[in-house]
Design a protein around this ligand. Structure first.
Ligand SMILES: Cc1cc(-c2n[nH]c(CCNC(=O)c3cc(-c4ccc(F)cc4)cc(O)c3O)n2)ccn1
Ligand SMILES: [Mg+2]
Length: 214
């Protein structure tokens, strides 16, 4: 039967990227998505904004909601200091199978824990299951109607501390209007918008960076 797009993306990584070289994995995926088939990775333009937020924050504990093929997982993990940890949640088991291989090819699997399941099921279990107190950075890139309820759930589970950064992808396209309204009007967040484009296109999109004030 016909292969899936994530399978073809993984094939491009194995053909064009060097094992153990995260940058070559990132470049191989960007090339595939720009010249072969579009895919919903954060991409190179928004990816550079993600890089700058991660580098400035130097987080020890990172949560990613929405792994997909692991592109942003590799982008984040390659910048983490030794001993830092990234937990990434993926709902779709077919995406998870691909993401594990992309993460392994990049050679950053020892910093990453990929967990399969729905965000609302795993967020309440972060403390007892992973021994996590609070996160320093959360990258929201999963189902767009889950951004707001999951943010409120993370607040309620005490997973955010003064200074925790929430970085949300796709705040314009596909868009997360309820989430934006919340973080921009809540006294508990200091929010700012990084204007960019939808991955590999000229459509507007951007990242919203929101610092939790406690
Ligand atoms: C409930 C739960 C869910 C998850 C989960 N895991 N993986 C995802 C993927 C979600 N991502 C997207 O849907 C997405 C879509 C577009 C897009 C598509 C079509 C267009 F025309 C324009 C833009 C662009 C993007 O950048 C995106 O990120 N969710 C994981 C855990 N728990
Ligand atoms: Mg996205």
């Amino acid at each position: 039967t016909r292969s899936t797009r994530p399978q073809r993306l993984l094939k491009a990584v194995k053909q064009h990227a060097t094992r153990g070289d995260p940058q070559s994995v990132i470049s191989a995926i960007d090339h595939f998505c720009r010249h072969r088939e579009w895919a919903m990775n954060v991409g190179d333009e928004k990816g550079c904004i993600l890089d700058s937020v991660v580098s400035e924050l130097n987080p020890e504990k990172v949560l990613e909601l929405g792994t997909y093929c692991g592109y942003s997982t590799v982008r984040i993990a390659r910048l983490l200091p030794p001993g830092a940890r990234l937990i990434t949640l993926e709902f779709n088991p077919d995406y998870a199978v691909i993401a594990r291989q992309v993460i392994a090819w990049a050679g950053i699997e020892d910093k990453v824990q990929l967990v399969e399941g729905a965000s609302e099921d795993w967020i309440p279990r972060m403390k007892e299951h992973f021994g996590i107190e609070t996160f320093d950075l959360v990258f929201l890139d999963h189902w767009k109607d889950h951004y707001l309820p999951d943010t409120k759930l993370m607040e309620g589970c005490g997973l955010l501390r003064k200074g925790t950064v929430l970085l949300a992808d796709n705040v314009i396209c596909p868009g997360v209007p309820d989430y934006l309204e919340y973080v921009r009007n809540s006294r508990s967040y200091k929010s700012c918008y990084f204007k960019s484009h939808l991955e590999y296109t000229r459509a507007e999109d951007g990242l919203e960076k929101s610092v939790f004030l406690g």
